[in-house]
Design a protein around this ligand. Structure first.
Ligand code: MG
Length: 452
């Protein structure tokens, strides 16, 4: 077992490999003990899960772990992660979401939240790991073992989304990808008066229609339907519903950061601060200059973005993968809020989605990944840095997270994933040809890795 449990987002692994009932229960107990150490007042924790085949098993293990250290558990069953984060602030000491988010169906994970709905990060993760590995779990005596209650959070979450949306005439296709948003978004968009068509909208842990990640490869059906039929916008979600990816009325796939930038342009005003990660498109620098917005770029991962947003009092922030955060409403990446705010922008502008997109300069991005064993990630990162430090073409190297190399006509970001045994390569350029060239160059690290 690794000595570090937490990756970029919570704890993830293969179901019944890392994520056995014993392991998940012990981690949950360690989380409960940590909350008691910092003075949890109400002894109440909210727990929910995504639609994976392993989620119910893990959820029951987590619940056992929590009640064994004295917490009453409120079981919200299947719900999106942003619904959990929105609801935790109503008197809970913390929350746990059982989800593998966008990763393949054989894997799963656990995300942990504090009483204000923000995800645990940094020193809190270390404290929980400390309790876990030192076996300092204090079980309750028989009189203080917690109880379990059923608890609905989806109704309040739906009401919040409707409140933040705009009623109007819009035709929308929703692809929740058999995940948690099956229970939410088709109904919210109908409530807003839109004409709604759904695909992959039945809960199914085998994901028969498509894999959970809402990327270009997996959204082929949604894109084809958007091209064929006359709909204004298509939206797809990952399994836990914190990320929304849009398809325009002509069937074009929008990268998550393009969405993030359009919302920034329409929501923020001069002097506002926006937080995003270093993997975001340079389009945000264009929008920032146009609007007079200050942009802060952090490491990749929602927890870092939210923590920085809190510090900078930023009302809006986003990640390049389609996770937008509206801090004033919900301190979470929220695919539902992103959708109702994007449809509001289209209605207010009274333009076709594709016309709105044409108002922005086009950047070409390519995202790839190569397999990389965990024990070689650090060494590979050092090697890449060493190579580019000697390269005369390089204008700047940013080491906020991995190695981001700025060249005259684009950039390459090399970054180890801490949730999967892979190494990510992102490139961006102003032409497709240059982006292809940069990706060919980036992928050469595969050779370096093979010689290590
Ligand atoms: Mg997710």
């Amino acid at each position: 077992m690794p000595q570090k449990l937490f990756g970029t987002t919570g704890i993830r692994g293969l179901a019944n490999d890392l994520l056995t009932p014993e392991f998940c229960s012990k981690v949950a107990s360690a989380f409960g003990c940590y909350l008691k150490e910092i003075g949890a007042k109400n002894k109440k924790i909210l727990v929910a899960m995504d639609t994976r085949t392993s989620s119910e098993m893990i959820k029951n293990s987590v619940i056992s772990g929590l009640v064994s250290v004295g917490f009453d558990v409120f079981d919200a069953k299947i719900a999106p992660t942003p619904a959990v984060q929105y609801s935790v602030a109503n008197g809970f000491d913390g929350g746990v979401m059982i989800t593998g988010s966008h990763i393949p169906p054989d894997r799963n994970g656990m995300k942990f939240f504090m009483s204000d709905g923000t995800e645990v990060y940094g020193y809190i993760e270390e404290a929980i790991e400390g309790i876990f590995f030192s076996d300092k779990i204090k079980r309750s005596n028989w009189k203080e073992i917690g109880r379990v209650f059923e608890w609905d959070i989806n109704k309040a979450y739906k009401e919040m989304l409707v409140k933040n949306g705009m009623k109007g005439n819009l035709k929308v296709i929703v692809d929740p990808g058999h995940g948690t948003q099956c229970l939410i978004m088709p109904y919210v968009l109908q409530e807003l008066g839109y004409e709604v068509l759904t695909i992959n909208s039945q809960i199914d842990g085998f994901f028969p229609g498509r894999e959970p990640e809402p990327n270009l490869k997996n959204l082929g059906d949604l894109i084809s339907i958007m091209k064929e039929l006359d709909y204004d916008i298509g939206v797809a979600f990952d399994c836990d519903g914190d990320r929304a990816i849009f398809i325009d009325n002509e069937g074009n796939y929008l990268m998550g950061d393009v969405t993030g930038c359009i919302i920034a342009d329409n929501l923020l005003e001069k002097g506002d601060t926006l937080v995003t990660t270093i993997s975001t498109s340079s389009l945000i620098d264009y929008v920032a200059e146009k609007k007079g917005i200050e942009v802060v770029k952090t490491k990749v991962g929602a927890a870092d973005v939210v923590a920085e947003s809190k510090k900078k009092k930023a009302k809006y922030s986003f990640e390049e993968n389609g996770g937008c955060i509206f801090m004033d409403i919900n301190p979470a990446r929220d695919g539902g809020l992103t959708t109702v705010i994007m449809t509001k922008i289209i209605l207010k502008k009274n333009k076709k989605f594709s016309e709105i997109l044409k108002e922005y300069p086009k950047f070409y991005q390519i995202k790839e990944k190569i397999s990389c064993p965990d024990n070689l990630k650090q060494k590979l990162t050092e090697k890449i840095k060493e190579i580019y430090k000697k390269d005369h073409r390089v204008r700047k190297i940013d080491e906020t997270d991995g190695v981001k190399v700025f060249l005259d006509d684009g950039w390459i970001l090399f970054r180890a994933s801490w949730t999967e045994p892979i190494f990510r390569i992102f490139v961006e350029a102003k032409s497709k040809k240059k982006a292809d060239e940069l990706m060919d160059e980036g992928k050469k690290i595969d050779k370096i890795l093979k010689n290590m």
